[in-house]
Ligand binder design. Structure first.
Ligand SMILES: C[S@@+](CC[C@H](N)C(=O)[O-])C[C@H]1O[C@@H](n2cnc3c(N)ncnc32)[C@H](O)[C@@H]1O
Length: 340
């Protein structure tokens, strides 16, 4: 019965999710995320890895959910909808929390929340590194038992030229997730960095083999570079299109302090998570994925729980056909299980 509902839910999509997606973002691995949030570990092992089941007897129905990167609410609203259908009697006691560092996303989510009249959904404009602080300030009856990180950029951010994330649109090279309180844009980084720093950014955050050559060119022309197209053509004059992607990725990571935030965010989220709760992370490049993998392995070694994804879960071919952005997504999930 549960599977049937999930199938119908995912196939037809709900009115809510469809509405949210079309405008703002298309969530990646929605079906997989719902499985990993609701199915018992033994079922997950069987379904995804044909492995021996993990025989941990798991908990009551989850009650508090946090989406730390709620974006357009694709995951969040679908989780709410699924919960409403599967646990109708428990729904009114469940709490859903969505954070985003981008004010555009927060306005959008708040509007949707009102439109669909979801009174047990709370939206915050917040960096996920502050998740534990947020819980300390606001009274919630319990700790969360499901926490999601869906990293990277939303379609909305990529689509708007003025945000400067995409080299397919011409705009000022901004790239800040938080355009309100973050002071420095990617263009500021280009203008202010010395050659050594620029090379380090491209090498460490872009894993760009031609980091030295490209950094030198950027450094020489830094006063002339203004828009995403300027930067793109400068890179293309000495390297290929893959280098353009890698340089844009590197600058985005640098301007938003993404890797450092992720390390802190994971630790904070793990400390906050209720025992027997689950932490799910979807990453889109190897630097992020490595951080998540190492963190989960460390937690397991320390006896704090079990990795529920011995290998990362990836999108189906069908999903990738419909949403190219899904091709690089990797889902890893950890089950916190501390013997008290
Ligand atoms: C891939 S989108 C999430 C899409 C969302 N899962 C959905 O289904 O619509 C990633 C989001 O994370 C947000 N974000 C990035 N860094 C953040 C941080 N440190 N704290 C909170 N949100 C962050 C971005 O602003 C963006 O909206």
């Amino acid at each position: 019965m549960e599977r049937l509902i999930l199938k119908v839910l995912l196939k037809n999509y709900t009115k809510m999710a469809r509405f949210v997606e079309r405008i703002f973002h298309v969530p990646v691995m929605l079906r997989e995320l719902i499985d990993f949030f609701f199915f018992a570990p033994r079922e997950l092992m069987r379904k995804y890895f044909s492995k021996k089941p993990i025989m941990i007897d798991i908990e009551e129905v989850p009650e508090i959910f946090v989406d730390t990167t709620a974006g357009g609410g694709g995951h969040l609203f679908s989780l709410i909808n699924y919960y409403q259908k599967i646990f109708p009697k428990k729904f009114k006691n469940a709490i859903f929390i969505g954070l985003d560092i981008d004010k555009d996303a927060v306005h959008y989510l708040e509007e949707k929340r009102k439109k669909f009249g979801i009174n047990n959904l709370f939206i915050y404009w917040e960096n996920y590194v502050n998740i534990r602080k947020l819980f300390a300030e606001i009274y919630f009856p319990q700790k969360p038992c499901r926490i999601l990180f869906d990293l990277g950029v939303s379609f909305h951010q990529v689509k708007i030229p003025e945000r400067g994330f995409s080299f397919d649109n011409e705009g000022i090279i901004d790239m800040r997730f938080d355009q309100v309180s973050q002071r420095k844009s990617a263009l500021d980084i280009i203008r202010e960095s010395n050659l050594e720093r620029m090379e380090r950014i491209l090498r460490e955050f872009g894993e760009e083999a031609k980091a030295k050559k490209i950094a030198k060119k950027i450094f020489q022309k830094k006063r002339e570079i203004k828009t995403t197209y300027d930067l793109k053509s400068l890179i293309l004059s000495i390297s290929g299109k893959k280098s353009v992607s890698r340089v844009f990725q590197a600058l985005r990571i640098a301007v938003n302090n993404e890797l450092e935030n992720l390390k802190i965010g994971l630790e904070e989220a793990f400390l906050l998570l209720k025992n027997k709760g689950r932490l799910a992370v979807i990453t889109y490049h190897s630097l992020e994925d490595r951080i998540v993998k190492e963190f989960f392995n460390y937690c397991e070694k320390e006896g704090k729980g079990r990795v529920l994804t011995p290998k990362p879960v990836t999108s189906s071919l069908e999903e990738i056909k419909n949403n190219l952005a899904a091709r690089s997504g990797k889902l890893r999930v950890f089950l916190k299980y501390e013997k008290i």
